[in-house]
Design a protein around this ligand. Structure first.
Ligand code: UDP
Length: 539
């Protein structure tokens, strides 16, 4: 049976005794509900009440012990989407003595990660909100290993790509609906609740219009390591292709948001880049075969949409071309642009938008969630039809946005090629694209200053330092130093960039004045090191 818990036998009586005597123990990380993950011993779940239960005993621990603040608004977010009021986690409390009157608990021996998937029918959401956060939450806690059990509490069925969730651990993930099969009361021996948000890069517009997260903490390195893990689990190996066997993948949608002149688009791409072209769609290929193709492609071309999340599998140096229907401004919908532009993703990104209304086919009569607008008042329908661009809006039911984004498009080939010629500064090329160094300089060592007064209005300030300690182990293309000089008490400073390790400043240096001097090292123009301790230099 697929929901069987484990072949490891646990000593039932010992477990029950431990639960009765020790109760539940919880220790969490995070200052706020939005950055909290909690680890529990003996967290229980009552399927009848659909509530998690914390059993109090003399030995139970609840850290943080928030009192009633636990409900303001919740202990933690169960999904990786920040502070969404349908994704909160809390538990109900009972004294351990109540166990005497309750159904006999079933114990889950596996180390369990309990979470909500955010939208298990959308490939972008699956990767961004679930798979990446699960993967890196598991990396954070070593007992969440390949034997860990995932439990999805959002309450949906498997969704359209459940196989992808199965790749994360060797055990079958459990859905909320499965939990009742284990009886009225189940207790997780060891569990973690919540997800790391460290890898997410996009916010969907619940409180402000959608856009990149304010403080992105993930780089292409972590995305690519996750992508290799997934490819590994899908048994995909990228073979070296012979020189000149470059190709372009066009990812098409077959049920809506269509490219109406796909054949023409493919032909123009093939002619422009002298490469072969391949079309894929989620309806016609397996996910693994699509990833296999994308992982060696030079370019991925697609309408805006969830399928573009597969650009994380492109090789370094490849190009992502995202097409937008009429009246949709690419600048306002950038989950894939943000992904492609993460430092270290090393992808080129270009957006093309249809500006020719006649090249667009809209579907006003469809249901509202596929962009239909006939349910709206006549005036509102007319306003939408006359509008040339959807204004910034919140998620998720803006009818004008849905109407426009679900249009089909005839791609105007001349304007498409023009955008590509302008945007692709270098021909997409994989073989030359090596990961660039991410090693930052250390602090410059032994910074010193010496001063001298030349005349009533002339003084000199010499600053010298030694190379950062890690430089002698590195091959760095360009090493430069930045010096900031600030007159004590002033709130501005003069910055200088220098190639050498000492310099004598005489311009703007006054006698009998105190200067504060900061020095740092810079590798390859943009890898900044930390400043050394400030020098206090009196002329
Ligand atoms: N989808 C697809 N083919 C289509 C339309 C949609 O494979 O013709 C997939 C799409 O990739 C996504 C899911 O169905 O995983 C939901 O699509 P929707 O249009 O709702 O979301 P979007 O792509 O705009 O994020």
């Amino acid at each position: 049976q697929s929901q069987e818990l484990s072949h490891v036998r646990i000593d039932y009586h010992a477990a029950l005794l431990a639960l009765q005597e020790q109760g539940t123990r919880m220790v969490c990380t995070g200052k706020m509900h939005t950055d909290r993950i909690c680890r529990f011993d003996y967290l229980c779940y009552c399927s009848e009440a659909e509530e998690f239960i914390f059993f109090h005993s003399n030995a139970s621990v609840m850290l943080p012990n928030l009192g009633p603040r636990r409900f303001q608004p919740a202990l933690l977010d169960l999904s990786s989407v920040e502070d969404h009021n349908t994704q909160y986690f809390n538990f109900l409390e009972l004294p351990a003595a109540a166990l005497k009157y309750m159904p006999k608990p079933v114990f889950v021996p596996d180390v369990t990660l309990i979470l909500n998937r955010f939208n298990a029918d959308n490939l972008m959401h699956i990767f961004h909100d679930d798979l990446l956060p699960i993967f890196y939450t598991m990396q954070q806690y070593t007992d969440l290993d390949d034997e860990a059990r995932l439990v999805f509490m959002e309450g949906w069925g498997e969704g359209s790509h459940f196989d992808l969730y199965r790749l994360l651990s060797s055990k079958q993930p459990l859905l909320k609906e499965h939990l009742r099969n284990f009886g009225k009361l189940m207790c997780f021996t060891k569990s973690y609740v919540g997800l790391s948000k460290m890898t997410t890069w996009y916010q969907y517009g619940f409180v402000q219009p959608q856009g990149p997260k304010a403080n992105i903490l993930v780089s292409g390195n972590e995305i690519r390591q996750f992508a290799s893990f997934i490819m590994d689990r899908l048994n995909i190996t990228t073979k070296e292709r012979p020189e000149g066997d470059d190709y372009i993948v066009v990812f098409s949608r077959t049920s809506n948001r269509l490219i109406l002149n796909e054949a023409e688009l493919l032909l123009s791409l093939a002619q422009e880049y002298k490469m072969r072209t391949v079309t894929v769609s989620l309806e016609e290929q397996t996910f693994a075969s699509i990833v296999q193709l994308i992982s060696a492609a030079s370019m991925l071309v697609s309408m805006h949409g969830a399928q573009l999340i597969t650009s994380m599998f492109l090789p370094r140096g490849a190009a992502v071309i995202e097409l937008f229907p009429y009246a949709v401004n690419p600048e306002q919908y950038t989950p894939y642009k943000t992904l492609a532009s993460l430092p270290g993703m090393d992808l080129q990104y270009i957006a093309w938008r249809n500006t020719i209304e006649e090249n667009s086919v809209a579907y006003p009569d469809r249901p509202w969630d596929q962009g239909g607008i006939t349910h709206l008042e006549k005036e509102e329908q007319e306003r939408i039809l006359a509008s040339k661009e959807v204004q910034r809006h919140l998620c998720c039911r803006n009818p004008e946005w849905l109407f426009r984004i679900y249009q089909d498009t005839i791609v105007d080939i001349p304007s498409f090629l023009e955008v590509l010629r302008d945007g692709l500064k270098i021909k997409p090329n994989l073989k030359k694209s090596k990961p660039v160094s991410v090693v930052h300089p250390g602090r410059v060592r032994h910074p010193k200053c010496q001063t001298s007064v030349q005349a009533a209005h002339e003084a000199k300030l010499s600053v010298s330092w030694q190379i950062p300690w890690n430089l002698k182990y590195l091959k760095v293309r360009e090493v430069k130093y930045e010096v900031w000089i600030q007159e004590q008490g002033e709130n501005t400073y003069m910055p200088y960039i220098l190639p050498q390790q000492n310099y004598t400043f005489s311009e703007n240096i006054k006698p009998f004045t105190t200067y504060l001097v900061w020095v740092r090292c810079i590798f390859n123009k943009n890898l900044l090191g930390p400043f050394a301790d400030v020098l206090i230099c009196k002329t």
